[in-house]
Design a protein around this ligand. Structure first.
Ligand code: EPZ
Length: 426
């Protein structure tokens, strides 16, 4: 596999006040690519994933696949993966610790190898990130889990069997792990209350391209008829709706006018409608999504995150950043994760008027004139929000902790420079 380019993981410097203009191609989706890379474990032969994003979470997943015996090679606009010799015997230490960030390997490795050892995934900055729904569902499919210290071991001595699974909440990751366990299980699996996120749909389409039999794709009721084997497939990773949304709101916040090439507009209705409420003109064209600020930046009033097709939690920090400068008050309700307001602190440092009014609620005064500051990113989407705030602020903003942003954005500085921003990483 070609050497993983080591990017500077230091700081991003931004001189704000430039109206973004021009066009930029939207990268492939992180949250579609990760479960699909895990799914290659189930396919005999090679898969080619076009537009697989070159981001650190993908590099980490590829290293995990290699540490388990897989072969990986970047070629042209995508990555080739073949996993014929994957085994979980003698799992290397970094595979066990790395599993935390690649929980979607759980279902695939249990299906392929019948066993898995992984460190108990702890929480992260945005929430506790429990995996109870994953484990309970896999137990219904014949997996026995045991705890050994801070590790969990899963074994399916008699292989995986189809089951009738009702998810108490439409967890994206749990839906993906059940799909990965079910496609080669004995018999039929039915998932009631499945997540409907576009990334789950992409996983289903890749698996069906490999010979799986999944019905109800895109709905909350999925039916999977287990098959004996899957073959590799060529598949194009869909564009990243959160990266597209980030640049959409950056254009709105800087009063700009941009074309987001290949933006997945069909999966961005909530994001587009909110931007139109705030003063954007959005038009879907043959090339992608055209966004133009109509001049005034108006507060959205109420932003409530929800499961798809609701307003995506991954866009909450970005819309918060833009709302700080919009005319009027905004109330934000974060209903997916329990600690996703960390970015409010650095935004206050820049002059924003934000108050936390409840465990899931923020009040934003609006009308602020943000001033450039040195601010620290502590997680992926909050980091992207600080970059957007820097584009809108007067003076220079330095964003540290850019390794978090590189988890999900191939090259946010290059993309924004193509739209005229004065931004570079050091
Ligand atoms: C996926 O996380 C995404 N990550 C997240 O994107 C995204 O925010 C999230 O879905 C919601 O859309 C990837 O796809 C890699 P969930 P996931 O299971 O699967 C609770 C980003 O920035 N829950 O739908 O972990 C959980 O605590 C990341 O790209 C349980 O209680 O999300 C959370 O409150 C951040 N028990 C809620 O469900 C469980 O067993 C949603 O979690 C599982 C989840």
């Amino acid at each position: 596999m070609s050497a993983i380019p080591q990017k500077a993981t230091g700081e991003i410097h931004i001189r704000g006040g430039v109206r973004l203009q021009g066009k930029v191609k939207v990268q492939g989706s992180k949250n579609a690519a990760l479960p699909i890379l895990a799914a290659t474990i189930l396919a005999e032969g090679e898969s080619f994933l076009k537009d697989c994003p070159k981001i650190s979470d993908v590099y980490r997943m590829l290293r995990l696949l290699q540490s388990l015996g897989g072969h990986v090679c970047w070629e042209g606009e995508g990555v080739c993966v073949s996993t014929g010799s994957i085994t979980t015997r003698d799992m290397p230490a970094d595979a066990i610790t790395g599993m935390r960030s690649s929980l979607c390997l759980l279902g695939a490795l249990l299906a392929r190898c019948g066993s898995i050892v992984m460190e108990y995934p702890g929480g992260c900055v945005i929430g506790k990130r429990p995996i109870d729904l994953h484990l309970r569902a896999l137990e219904q499919m014949g997996v026995c889990f045991s705890e050994e210290g801070d590790r969990i071991c899963g074994r399916a001595p008699e292989g995986l069997r189809g089951a009738e699974i009702h998810l108490a909440m439409p967890s994206v990751g749990a839906t993906e792990n059940i799909l990965l366990a079910a496609v080669t299980a004995r018999g039929c699996t039915r998932i009631e209350g499945a997540a409907r996120e576009p990334e789950v749909e992409a996983l289903c389409r890749y698996l069906n391209a490999c010979g799986a039999r999944i019905d109800g794709v895109g709905t909350s009721c999925l039916e999977i008829q287990g098959v004996r084997r899957l073959h590799g497939a060529a598949y194009r990773i869909p564009a990243d709706r959160i990266v597209a949304g980030t640049y959409l709101y950056a254009a709105l916040g800087t009063r700009g006018c941009v074309l987001l090439e290949q933006a997945p507009s069909q999966h961005m209705h909530g994001v587009i409608r909110m931007a139109e409420r705030m003063g954007a003109l959005c038009q879907v064209t043959g090339e992608g999504l055209y966004v133009q600020s109509l001049g005034e930046l108006t507060a959205p009033g109420m932003v409530r995150t929800g499961v798809y097709p609701g307003f995506p939690t991954d866009m909450q920090s970005v819309v918060l950043a833009v709302s700080t400068m919009a005319e009027g008050e905004t109330r934000i309700e974060e209903l997916i994760f329990e600690n996703r307001f960390r970015v409010a602190g650095p935004l206050r440092q820049m002059g924003a008027e934000i108050r936390q009014t409840g465990p899931h609620n923020l009040w934003v005064g609006g009308g602020a004139r943000l001033r450039g500051q040195r601010v620290e990113a502590c997680e992926l989407r909050g980091g992207a929000a600080l970059v957007v705030a820097g584009l809108m602020a007067e003076g220079e903003t330095v964003v540290t902790g850019c390794e978090y942003i590189e988890r999900g954005y191939e090259n946010i500085c290059k993309d924004l420079r193509e739209l005229g921003a004065r931004i570079y990483s050091v």
